[in-house]
Structure formats: C-alpha cells, structure tokens
Design a protein around this ligand. Structure first.
Ligand SMILES: Nc1ncnc2c1ncn2[C@@H]1O[C@H](COP(=O)(O)OP(=O)(O)OP(=O)(O)O)[C@@H](O)[C@H]1O
Length: 505
C-alpha cells in the first residue's frame, strides 16, 4: 500500500500545482488497504481538508488505485487522529507519472480544483490586504473570464486571483448551476438565490439545516461564488464551525483577538458550516456573537448551516439561538426518487459520461439516504465499467454495487425508517429528532421508534440516541403504545403494514 501511495502522490504532484499538492495531497496519510473489500483508507488532518479532498480528489485517487491494484478500489477518507504517523513524503520528483486515465487531473475530469492552503493563524490575518486592489482587479478579470486559476492564465495574474479564492476558501465548483433542484431543496435554493442577489438586505442570517450529505455546504458555496462573480472584491469567507473554534483557540493562545475580530468583523459575507459544532464552546460562541452583531449591524450577510433547526441546537447560548432564528430558516430534505435520478444524470454529465436513465433509476431506487452516498455509488459504477471495459448497464451496476446493495437491501436502517415514516406522514425528517411534541409529529415519531425496534437490531438506548438523544424509556413507551394500538386500530395496523412493506422493499 505504501508503494502505491508513493506512486500516487508522485503522479498527483505532477498533475497539480505545487500549492495544490502541498495543501491537499501532502498532508494525507494512507492508513490501510483492505484487500477483501478493496477499500483504501486515507486520513486527512482536519474536516475542511477531508471534505475538500473527498469532493475533489477521490475520483482521481480511486482511478490511480484501480490501475495499481488491478481492480476497482474505493477510497475512504477519515479524520486524522493524534496517533497518526508522519505523512509519507513522496520521494524526489520522478519523471514518469503513473499511466493516467487521460484526463490528467483530479475529481471530475474538468477543471483542476482550486486549493485553499492554510493561513498561518488558521484565519487569514491580513483581511485588508486580502482585498488589495491589484489582487481584486486580477480576480475581477478572472471572474470575467471563465473562472479563476485557469492554468493557461499568466502566472502572476492567476496567482493573484487564486489568492482571492484561497482567502475565501470557496470551492468554485459548487455553484447554483450544478445544484439540482427538487421539492426537497427548492425553498432553500430560492432563499439562497435571493440572498446571493441581495446580500445583507433580504434574509439575515439565512439558516439552512438538514441531514448529512444533502447539499447544505454546496448551496452556501454557491452563494459565495455567485457573490464573488458579481463583485470580485467582496470579502467572502467560508469556514467550517470546527475551524472557527480552532481559530478562536489559536487567537486565545497568541493573544491575537484584535486581529481575529478585525478580520471577522470586516467581512461582507460569512458562510459558517455545521454550527452545531459550537455546542458547549462558550468562548467561541461569545466571539461568534460579537461577529454576528457587528456584521448584521453593518448589513453584511451571514449564512449558517446546521444539522437541525435553531431551537433544537443543544449547548448553544439562547441569545445566539434567538439571533439564528431572526432571519430565515430553511430545511433541506432528503431528495425524492426523481431528484436523485436527476442528480445522478447531472453528475455523470459533469464527468463527461453518458449514464442511461434506467441505470440512474436503478441506483436511485436502491440508495435513498443522501446525495453523498449517491455520488460515491456513481463513482464506483463508472470506475468498474471503465476498468472492465464494459458498457454502463444495470447488470454492471449490480456487480459494481454488490456490497452496497446487499447492505441497503438486507439491512433496514433507522435513518431509512425515519425518512420513510416522515414521507408517509408528510412531516420533516428533522422532526424525528426534534423535541417538539404536537400530536401530528409525536405519533409518527413513535411509529418510527416502534419500527426501528421491530426491523433493526438496535437496542432501545441506541434507538433513543438516533431520535435526538432520547432516553431508552421513551422508546420503550413508544414501542408498547404502538403495538397495543396496532392490535386495536385497523387503520393504524394498515399504515404500519404499508410502511413495513415499503421498508422491506
Ligand atoms: N441538489 C444537489 N445537486 C447536486 N449536487 C448535490 C446536491 N445536493 C448535494 N450535492 C452534492 O452532494 C455532496 C454532499 O453535499 P454537501 O457536502 O453540500 O452536504 P451537506 O449537507 O453539507 O452535508 P454535511 O452535513 O455532511 O456537511 C456534494 O458533493 C454536493 O455537491
């Protein structure tokens, strides 16, 4: 595995710019290669890098791994932990990269991803210099031309433009154009567009919430990119909440709060992802509160994402929660079947591959929980078909996704149950974890708990945990109540029967 990683790193080093290579590839640590499952585990040093390499480099690394191991390989990225060994450094530059698949760059076979190397403090300490006029002009030119960092652009200009994007930490590939819309996200998208067109004056803050892998991060990057395209000098910053916490800690250690405040309070648009990570971090919450107040007072836009809606956030100060609630709050729900198909077709098109509709339907029918999972499945199918020199058909798809499908068919997950029951009763999935108790929510939630107990191997405490950290006695009460009611009420019994059939597929 280490030999593979060295060759892989060398190849990527040749394909990427030195900045991209040292920002994204060098810090990765190969952990293990599972021969039986053909899974390569790779550690990334933080969540931000993990997300970035997963979205931008996993396709390329998987294709290099497939060549090396002579079979399709799945790459799984995980967060680095302190026990990690030092990253493997590739040996001195080698002349011959591994035979490439023809597209010569990472991810999607189109533009090379733009990197965002770490600033020394974790936040760019030079907020004003960050938008000095020369760089801003360069970025303006770059945004008038296709998008920044075209390899062919004059070096200085491109690197100035890159600088603007690096400081914003935006992923320029996450745009409104490639964000597929459906019932599950249309409100959120409309709100995002509105905010992108009228930053600071329409909904402030805009608070987007929903389960994992549903497109929250994509949407807020799209807002940032749209704003930068309008005004390249805009001071935009995307930050994951964990990174913000780490910035606060570093500022504390270095007694650099003035710089910290100056930077965050001077932004035009602050995009902060997964705010639930602020839970219990009081000093961070305090600093964020000041930044929030300062930005809103100046009519600068704040956009926040979370896995749940403001009132459900635990360990967050009430005054922050009431601020989060003061703008517009929008849910992103799991995509319905047609939308999942549309997403697959769009992703395949981006890869320059024709995906037959029946294959897209097949994948979408079997993988229901989130878009990230769909993307992974599509990558797997494409790699498998390419490697075996076969056309992309449902049969190829069945072979390529054998493991995934047996899991998703054979094992009913609590997540599936929550989604299916929420769809059936037309409530939000988030209500499955919420503390709200109106009868139209409480009953479906109890039904979902009952089905989780009936159809999965999970224990009562585990189920309670998956339903927003509820006590096992609450689950037990739900299970007893629903099984008793089922025996007496034909209508409820019928609904449960339909739900069970749906879940068993
Ligand atoms: N509607 C969509 N259209 C196109 N791609 C999408 C859509 N929704 C999600 N994706 C893609 O799915 C992947 C996961 O989305 P994203 O990272 O935005 O999820 P998230 O909601 O922020 O998840 P998490 O809570 O885990 O951070 C990304 O590659 C994103 O581009």
């Amino acid at each position: 595995m280490e030999d593979f990683w060295q060759t892989c790193a060398q190849t990527l080093e040749q394909e990427l710019t030195p900045q991209q290579y040292s920002a994204w590839i060098r810090p990765l640590v190969p952990l293990a290669f599972d021969e039986a499952e053909a899974v390569l585990r790779v550690a990334a040093p933080n969540r931000f890098k993990l997300d970035w390499v997963r979205s931008n480099f996993s396709g390329r690394i998987e294709s290099l791994a497939a060549q090396w191991f002579q079979r399709p390989v799945q790459v799984k990225f995980e967060l680095d932990t302190p026990r990690m060994v030092a990253p493997l450094r590739p040996p001195a530059p080698s002349p011959a990269p591994m035979a490439a698949n023809g597209n010569g760059h990472a991810g999607n076979g189109h533009a090379a991803p733009r990197p965002a190397p770490q600033a020394p403090l974790g936040f760019p300490g030079d907020p004003v210099a960050a938008v000095n006029s020369a760089a801003a002009r360069a970025a303006q030119r770059a945004s008038e031309a296709p998008r920044p960092v075209q390899r062919a652009a004059p070096k200085a200009e491109a690197s100035e433009a890159t600088g603007i994007y690096e400081r914003s930490r935006l992923n320029v590939e996450l745009t409104f154009e490639n964000f597929v819309t459906g019932k599950a996200n249309q409100l959120a998208r409309a709100a995002a567009l509105q905010v992108a067109e009228n930053p600071g004056t329409s909904y402030n803050p805009l608070f987007l919430y929903g389960g994992v892998g549903l497109g929250k991060t994509h949407l807020i990057h799209a807002i940032g990119n749209s704003m930068m395209a309008e005004n390249a000098a805009a001071r935009v910053r995307y930050i994951h909440a964990e990174q913000f916490v780490s910035d606060v800690v570093k500022s504390y250690q270095r007694k650099a709060f003035d710089d910290f405040k100056r930077y965050y309070h001077s932004l035009d648009l602050l995009l902060i992802d997964d705010i639930q990570f602020f839970s219990g971090k009081n000093r961070t919450q305090e600093e964020f509160f000041y930044a929030f107040e300062a930005l809103v007072a100046l009519r600068k836009q704040i956009i926040i994402t979370s896995d749940t809606y403001p009132k459900e956030l635990s360990g967050i100060d009430d005054r922050l929660i009431s601020r989060f609630d003061s703008g517009l709050t929008c849910a992103i729900e799991p995509p319905e079947l047609e939308m999942r198909v549309a997403i697959l077709l769009k992703k395949a098109e981006t890869e320059g591959v024709h995906l037959p509709e029946e294959v897209a339907f097949f994948i979408a029918k079997h993988l229901r929980s989130n878009v990230r999972e769909l993307e992974g499945a599509l990558r797997k199918v494409l790699a498998y078909a390419k490697f075996h020199g076969r056309a992309i058909t449902v049969d190829v798809c069945k072979d390529a996704l054998k493991d995934l499908l047996s899991v998703s068919n054979g094992q009913i997950t609590v997540e599936n149950i929550q989604k299916t029951v929420a769809d059936f009763y037309k409530i939000k999935v988030a209500d499955m974890y919420s503390k709200r108790r109106p009868a139209n929510i409480a009953l479906p939630r109890q039904i979902a708990m009952y089905l989780a107990k009936e159809l999965t191997q999970k224990s009562l405490p585990e189920i309670g945990e998956l339903f927003g950290g509820r006590d096992h006695t609450t689950v037990l009460h739900a299970v007893r109540k629903i099984s008793e009611s089922r025996a007496k009420q034909a209508e409820l019994n019928h609904s449960l029967h339909v739900l069970e059939q749906t879940l068993k597929g």
